[in-house]
Structure formats: structure tokens, C-alpha cells
Design a protein around this ligand. Structure first.
Ligand SMILES: NC(=O)C1=CN([C@@H]2O[C@H](COP(=O)(O)OP(=O)(O)OC[C@H]3O[C@@H](n4cnc5c(N)ncnc54)[C@H](O)[C@@H]3O)[C@@H](O)[C@H]2O)[C@@H](O)CC1
Ligand SMILES: [K+]
Length: 503
């Protein structure tokens, strides 16, 4: 699913109006009708609805919805915030309609003094500002936002919580944003919904389809997309009858150190559960028996060091290399990484302490092999790329870094973001809070190594890997819950995840 900027959505609206064709007021009617259906489903009548409307088309949606709710056995009060002299033509037409029908209570608000009391069971509809917000909310509208936030009512935001910018909130007043329980966004999610700090404003979000024109949706380009099962499935390469294990590549996994052999086991097992032909696990000497016992399918390459990574085997036989899970950051490991970065000619997955080593030696950033994949979580990301005060800025930095170095940079989290060398950014919707657990990242590294070894290109391997990893976690959580979920569970559910993805 594509994510468009607020400006692009306005262009898509305009195209739909001209080419469907449909009048803008009828499009508003359709949008309000879809919100009405959602409300009757979630909060069946009779209920008390208090609707706060602003001067633009978001307010117009709120007014059209108010009329529908009043006709549907809801008790409705509408509060029209007198923010400016101008009101959009479609909002004006809906206001006039309400005046003529006279089926609900309409109040004009010019100050916070006329703010109604909001009760716990009230449904508050936030239609003050939508995607046309151009600056932080101020004046008495800000007081209204704060009063809504201070209440226990059920708050439903139309399109976007008032006060939240659709993309960049780095300069916004974060105290002037409605904190909705539900956000019903028209046709597409806003980029801001995917950033963790905005969850308190957006609450649960849903997409409400309003039939915007399919031609413009498919032809308009955007850097941002949310992964879907259909899209990820379309990337999978079929397996053919006469394929043999050589067809699916030989991968090298460099992982593990004293006290962290579990990381090597997890990444190796995940790799083998994701279709790799042959896997060599390079580990320190002390891990030999552990690896051979726990993962009999893996071949083992033994480091001269008992406890850390200091060297690697001859590289020509490998189709891809992954380095990082559990390797630690000792000086000898740093030297070995310097050599590896210089020598490696195949795609490289760089995770965990391998990222940290590179971050501590910025001169190494010049050596990063094109086509490599970095898989940091947010702290590792900050060490590698730099700090930022908000997720939008961080995402811009991520996209820039991926472009500048010609590599795929994943930022792990809820909605893991995958930024590709050509500038696009994919958000992964699978996964759950149960996966915030030790070893989960090692599993992801193993999966991506496996996909690279099978011949998937770097950014495709990152996309399939992230989706599959989250899917396995989701399937596992159905049976074991989120608290009890371990990284081993994610591996155990990879078979089901593959089957589900290919269905
Ligand atoms: N364009 C369309 O065809 C459709 C638009 N829809 C709705 O229209 C909304 C966008 O409508 P608009 O573009 O009118 O935008 P808004 O409804 O967000 O309102 C913007 C208005 O408020 C003013 N404004 C912006 N920031 C302000 C601030 N901080 N303080 C005071 N005034 C401020 C602007 O100058 C403008 O007049 C969407 O969010 C959606 O709810 C829906 O009706 C679906 C169809
Ligand atoms: K709104």
C-alpha cells in the first residue's frame, strides 16, 4: 500500500473529482457516509455524540457526519469553532443543510467558555483540522484540544487527529494535538501514523476507503509504502523440480562469542528454516560442540580464537555473508572486520556488534560494500547514522544514508523501516510487542542471509525477511501469547509463516 503526502492526497482528491467525475460535496458525502458506517458498527445508537468542527473540509466531513448521525437515532451536538472568517464552500453547504433540517443542536464557539462537559460515554468526533493543517494550533482552538484531551470520552478523529501534521512534526507543538482513541484515515495511512511517538495521538487507526480514483493511485509515485502480503508474495522465486541444494546458495554466518553462542545458534537455525542451500557458521573454538549439537544441518568453520571472532574462511565459495550476532567488539574482531569489508565481493548483512564496530570507526563507512544490508535497532542506528529528536527526521536521515552509501538500511521496531539505495522506504506491518525479546534480531539476520544466499537482491531480501520474521512472530503469538514469546518460537513458526505467505 502506498503512503502519500498530504499534498499528494489533495491532488488525488482533485483528480478523482474531475475524472470520476464526482462533485467535491458528493465526495465529502461519500467520505462522511463511510465514517458513519464505522461509527454505527462500533458504537451502535443510541449514543451521545459531540462533534467539534473547524473551518476546512475536515470540518465539512464532521458536519455531514453530524447530519447522518442525527438521522440515525444518535443524540448530536455540533460545536463550530469560529477560527477564521473563511470557511470552505463544502463545509458552508453542509452547515446550511443542518440549519434547514434543524434536527440537531448547533453551537458556535468563539471561546473555551462555551466548551461543553464531556462525559465518559460520549463519542467525541474530532473534525477541527485535517490534512490541511499548515501550522501548530493556537488560540482557543488549542484550549478546545486540551479540553478534549482532558476528558475520558471516546475520541474519534476524522482523517487525522487535529494538530498532527501528516508527515513532519519536528517543529510542531506536541501539546496541541488531539489524543484520539481511534483515527479513521481516508484511503491511505499518513506517514506520521507509523512513527512510535505519534501513537498517543493516533490511537488505533483504520483506513476508510472512499473510492479515490484507481488510475491516479497506481500512477502517482511515492517513496513510502507499507508492505502487504500480496506484494511480498509476488517477490518470491518459485522452486523448481530439478533444483538441488547448490541452487539455493551457500551462506557464511559469522556470529557468536564466549557467553553469546545462543546468538549463533538462533541465526543459524533461522537461516536453515528460510530456504538456504548450505550454511557455514563461523564461530570461536569454544562453540564447536554447541553448534554441532544444536544445529546439525550447519557446517562449522572454527576461528583460531577460543572466544571471539578474529578471522574468516576463504570467501569465494559463499554467495552471501552475514556478520554480527553475538560477536562482541574486541580489537581483534575490529581488525578482522576491516579485512572482511575490503575483501568481500558478495552481499553482506551487518548486524549488532558489527554495526557498533563500524560506528566506532567512522573511517570504515567509506569501505561499506555496495549492496550490503544494515539491520540496526534505534540505538545502533543512532551510533551509525546520528541522533535525531523525532522519527520523521530520523527517517529522512535513514533514506539519505542508504542513498549515499548505496546500501539497504533497516531500522528495526514496530513498523520496521527498510530504506533502499534508490530512495524508497518500505514499512513492515507484521510483528508484535512479544518480539521485543532477546535473540529476535539474530533470527532476522539469519533469515536475510538465507534469502541473499538464494539469490534475492539485497532490498528484496530485506523486505521478505522483515515481513516473514514479523509474520512468524504473529503466528507464534496466537499460540504462546506475547509475554512468553521467545526468539526460538519465531524460528519454530517460520514453517507456518512460509506456508501462509505462499497461500
Ligand atoms: N479534498 C477532498 O475532496 C476531500 C477532503 N476531505 C477532508 O478534507 C480535509 C482536508 O481539507 P482542507 O484542505 O480544507 O483542510 P482542513 O480541514 O484541515 O482545514 C484547513 C483550513 O484551516 C486553515 N488552517 C490550517 N492550519 C491552521 C491553524 N493552525 N490555525 C488556524 N487555521 C488553520 C487553513 O488555512 C484552511 O483554511 C481532509 O483531512 C479530509 O478530512 C474529505 O472530505 C474527503 C474528500
Ligand atoms: K481531525
Amino acid at each position: 500500500m502506498k503512503i502519500f503526502t498530504a499534498k499528494q492526497v489533495a491532488e488525488i482528491d482533485a483528480y478523482t473529482i474531475i475524472n470520476e467525475p464526482i462533485s467535491s460535496i458528493d465526495l465529502m458525502e461519500r467520505a462522511a457516509g463511510e465514517i458513519y458506517k464505522w461509527i454505527t458498527d462500533r458504537f451502535p445508537a443510541p449514543q451521545n455524540c459531540k462533534i467539534f468542527v473547524g473551518p476546512g473540509n475536515n470540518g465539512g466531513d464532521g458536519l455531514a457526519l453530524a447530519r447522518m448521525l442525527a438521522g440515525g437515532n444518535y443524540s448530536v451536538e455540533v460545536f463550530v469553532l469560529q477560527i477564521s472568517d473563511k470557511i470552505s464552500a463544502d463545509a458552508e453547504a453542509n452547515l446550511e443543510c443542518i440549519r434547514i433540517l434543524n434536527t440537531l443542536d448547533l453551537y458556535e464557539m468563539t471561546s473555551i467558555d462555551s466548551m461543553p462537559w464531556l462525559f465518559k460515554d460520549d463519542i467525541v468526533i474530532d473534525a477541527i483540522f485535517g490534512s490541511g493543517l499548515s501550522r501548530p494550533i493556537e488560540g482557543f482552538a488549542l484550549d478546545v484540544v486540551n479540553a478534549i484531551n482532558a476528558s475520558d470520552a471516546n475520541v474519534v478523529a476524522i482523517d487525522i487527529p487535529s494538530g498532527l501534521m501528516a508527515e513532519d512534526n519536528s517543529k510542531n507543538n506536541l501539546r496541541g494535538i488531539v489524543r484520539a482513541d481511534f483515527t479513521l484515515s481516508f484511503q491511505f495511512p499518513k506517514l506520521a501514523f507509523l512513527f512510535p511517538e505519534n501513537e498517543i495521538y493516533v490511537g488505533e487507526w483504520e483506513i476508510i476507503s472512499i473510492g479515490l480514483h484507481p488510475d491516479i493511485i497506481s500512477s502517482k509515485t511515492t517513496a513510502y509504502k507499507v508492505l502487504s502480503k500480496e506484494f511480498v508474495k509476488s517477490l518470491l522465486m518459485p522452486r523448481k523440480k530439478f533444483d538441488h541444494k547448490g541452487t539455493y546458495g551457500h551462506g557464511l554466518l559469522i556470529s557468536g562469542s564466549y557467553g553469546k553462542m545462543g546468538a549463533a545458534i538462533l541465526a543459524s537455525r533461522a537461516s536453515l528454516r528460510s530456504g538456504i542451500g548450505l550454511l557455514t557458521s563461523h564461530i570461536p573454538r569454544l562453540g564447536y560442540q554447541i553448534m554441532q549439537t544444536a544445529v546439525p544441518e550447519a557446517m562449522v568453520s572454527i576461528d583460531r580464537s577460543d572466544i571471539i571472532f578474529t578471522e574468516y574462511p576463504e570467501l569465494s565459495q559463499f554467495k552471501a555473508v552475514a556478520i554480527g550476532p553475538g560477536i562482541d567488539k574486541k580489537q581483534n574482531s575490529f581488525r578482522a572486520i576491516v579485512n572482511l569489508l575490503k575483501e568481500v565481493k558478495v552481499p553482506l548483512v551487518i548486524d549488532a556488534d558489527a554495526i557498533n564496530i563500524i560506528s566506532e570507526h567512522p573511517e570504515l563507512k567509506k569501505e561499506l560494500p555496495m549492496g550490503s544490508i544494515f539491520t540496526p535497532h534505534v540505538r545502533e542506528f543512532e551510533r551509525l547514522v546520528g541522533k535525531s529528536g523525532d522519527s520523521y527526521t530520523r527517517n529522512c536521515m535513514q533514506r539519505e544514508f542508504a542513498k549515499a552509501h548505496g546500501l539497504t538500511l533497516m531500522l528495526k521496531g514496530a513498523y520496521t523501516a527498510i530504506c533502499c539505495p534508490e530512495g524508497s522506504c518500505y514499512f513492515n506491518p507484521t510483528g508484535n510487542p512479544g518480539m521485543a525479546t532477546a535473540g529476535s534480531g539474530d533470527v532476522l539476520t539469519g533469515i536475510i542471509l538465507s534469502l541473499l544466499s538464494q539469490g534475492y537482491s539485497s532490498h528484496i531480501a530485506a523486505i521478505i525477511g522483515a515481513y516473514l520474521h514479523g509474520l512468524a512472530g504473529d503466528l507464534a503469538s496466537v499460540d504462546v501469547g506475547v509475554e512468553a514469546l521467545t526468539a526460538s518460537d519465531i524460528i519454530d513458526y517460520l514453517p507456518k509463516a512460509w506456508l501462509y505467505l505462499k497461500k
